[in-house]
Design a protein around this ligand. Structure first.
Ligand SMILES: O=C(CO)COP(=O)(O)O
Length: 222
């Protein structure tokens, strides 16, 4: 198995912007170094550059549009986030859904700019479709558990197993993350035991009083 990856999605949470993004990135850097686990962060666009400049963590955009540089007002291109210091990008997050054609275009644009690609999916069937696009990762997140505090590892381990199988059947080179309600080391351990390569989470870290303590717990059973 590849080294496990943890990505903390800061979404548009007030606690995860500006100074808050810095606090979480600093914790990700510290716990990442301490544990040897790669911990990335996906801040708002407005925080990409400062976070990438100041912290030794992989930084992900939360979305990119699959368009080349040009007359696209209000769009965000792979080139822009790469120039801002992003290492990778989420694509098709449940809160930023795209059509299949747009997912493919974003994925191709990301690849052209050397961005690591993480396509988010909502079930095993969409995981199979996403895997066919050969991203670096697919991330299965059942929408009903996102932000619920109820962990996918415990509430719906079957969807993780089915998604791992679906991804491997379609494209064995694609790694699989899972997310939704992940908040403890036990959730992470179960996710890894079910065949994933890591987790994607948000509220468990972003809304915590002590994000470093949560991250330390998350890596504690790996
Ligand atoms: O959407 C998610 C990560 O991208 C999951 O969110 P929560 O960890 O808050 O459930």
């Amino acid at each position: 198995m590849a080294e496990p990856l943890i990505i903390v999605n800061l979404k548009a949470y007030a606690e995860g912007m500006g100074e808050g993004a810095g606090i979480i990135a600093a914790a990700a850097e510290e716990i990442g170094e301490e544990s040897g686990v790669t911990i990335g962060v996906a801040p708002a666009y407005t925080d990409l550059h400062p976070i990438a400049m100041h912290y030794a963590v992989p930084v992900y955009a939360q979305h990119i549009d699959g368009v080349a540089p040009g007359a696209y007002t209000g769009h965000v291109t792979a080139e822009q986030v790469r120039a801002a210091g992003a290492f990778g990008t989420l694509i098709n997050h449940s809160e930023r859904r795209l059509t299949l054609a747009a997912i493919e275009a974003s994925c191709a644009a990301a690849r052209k700019s050397d961005l690591q690609t993480v396509i988010c999916t909502n079930n095993a069937a969409t995981t199979a479709a996403a895997a066919a696009l050969s991203p670096d990762y697919v991330a299965i997140e059942p929408p009903e558990l996102i932000g619920s505090g109820v962990s996918v590892s415990k509430a719906d381990p079957g969807i993780i197993e089915r998604s791992v199988m679906a991804a491997k059947n379609v494209n064995p080179g694609v790694r699989v993350l899972t997310g939704a309600g992940i908040s403890t080391g036990e959730c992470v351990r179960i996710a890894l035991e079910l065949g994933t390569d890591g987790v994607l989470l948000a509220s468990g870290v972003v809304k915590a009083k002590d994000p470093a303590a949560v991250l330390r717990d998350l890596v504690s059973l790996i």
